[in-house]
Ligand binder design. Structure first.
Ligand code: ADP
Ligand code: MG
Length: 317
């Protein structure tokens, strides 16, 4: 379990992480979602004791990272895979990591096998592809057999096969009862991987909920209608007690409406329809809507904090 309490990081005037409080629980994959620059990597670095919080606290199974006796046995992390590529072979890289952390040599073979690098273990990591580098980084994270795993944007730059592999690995680690915390700036990626979702924008917590709840709340279904007899149709729908949204592009939208019902009403009144289609707003759109305010305040970060969060109206003009 990872507990954050009022976690805050300032870089000069910039508030990169703003008063984050949430808990990452074992047994499930928790997605950490936010647009680029939202503060995900900064938060993860603070969780690992690599960056000192300006305020607030992180606890790993109740303890601060620097109080953990054998940190790699508690928490494994993939931060920046490129950072570790040296002239060493994959095997030697992992062996050094194991030896300096009191981890048995046989774990090196086990994790190489888990990530599918056994065949290239003696090759220099410098020559590895991005995907192989990610696998090596993950091998390092798994080395101490930790109960908690953290991955910062693990699928960035990977091919579909690599993405599929990492997704399944995260799910199986969670199924073993481990705490798995993974960041992404892509809602579509989170939807396929995470069971719980923490969303941040401009360092602030925007949502902390189950994926199922997020989908139920945010996947808007509606019917899109185009007609050359717009005014007549609006009158008919209004008369039937149906609320219609008129979009800028000239189409009409009925939230939660049934196409059959609308089609029959139009037929009864001999109204021509050019389109009558059920639509589902994507989760990506829901994520964009949720984070739009925070992205907007990014562009005007000179305003005081309360106005940044709530007083956006004057900026829209
Ligand atoms: P994310 O990982 O969500 O893309 P980051 O945590 O990398 O976001 O960055 C959050 C914000 O903090 C960004 O505006 C970034 O420019 C800023 N930031 C991150 N690290 C530093 C640093 N060392 N010095 C100054 N600003 C930083
Ligand atoms: Mg990042």
């Amino acid at each position: 379990m990872i507990e954050l309490e009022g976690l805050t990081k300032r870089y000069g005037e910039k508030v990169a992480v703003n008063n984050l409080t949430f808990t990452v629980r074992p047994g499930i994959v928790t997605g950490f979602l936010g647009p680029n620059g939202a503060g995900k990597s900064t938060t993860m670095r603070m969780m690992l004791g690599l960056d000192r919080p300006t305020a607030g606290d992180v606890r790993i199974d109740g303890k601060h990272y620097d109080r953990l006796k054998d940190p790699l046995k508690y928490i494994g992390a993939l931060l920046d895979a490129k950072a570790m590529h040296g002239g060493r072979s994959a095997y030697n890289h992992l062996l050094c990591l194991a030896q300096s952390n009191g981890i048995a040599k046989k774990r090196v073979h086990e994790v190489l096998d888990t990530v599918g690098l056994t065949a290239v273990a003696r090759k220099k990591a410098k020559g590895f592809s991005l995907g192989m580098g990610q696998r090596l980084g993950i091998a390092g994270a798994l080395l101490g057999d930790p109960r908690i795993l953290m991955f910062d944007e693990p699928v960035n730059g990977l091919d579909p096969e690599g993405i599929h592999w990492i997704r399944n690995l995260m799910k199986s680690l969670a199924a073993q009862g481990r705490t798995v915390f993974v960041s992404s700036h892509l809602m579509s990626e989170m939807a396929l991987t995470a069971e719980h979702l923490v969303v941040i924008g401009q360092g602030r917590l925007l949502a902390d909920t189950t994926m199922a709840d997020f989908i139920a709340r945010n996947s808007r279904s509606y019917v899109r209608i185009r007609t050359p007899q717009r005014e007549r149709l609006l009158d008919v729908l209004y008369g039937a007690g149906i609320t219609v949204v008129q979009t800028g592009s000239g189409t009409l939208e009925v939230d939660g409406g049934k196409p059959e019902h609308i089609g029959e009403l139009a037929a009864q009144h001999q109204i021509v329809l050019h389109e009558l289609s059920p639509q589902q707003a994507s989760l990506e759109e829901a994520f964009m809507r949720l984070t739009a305010e925070s992205v907007e305040y990014h562009a005007h970060s000179d305003a005081p904090p309360e106005e940044q969060a709530w007083g956006n109206d004057w900026r829209r003009s």
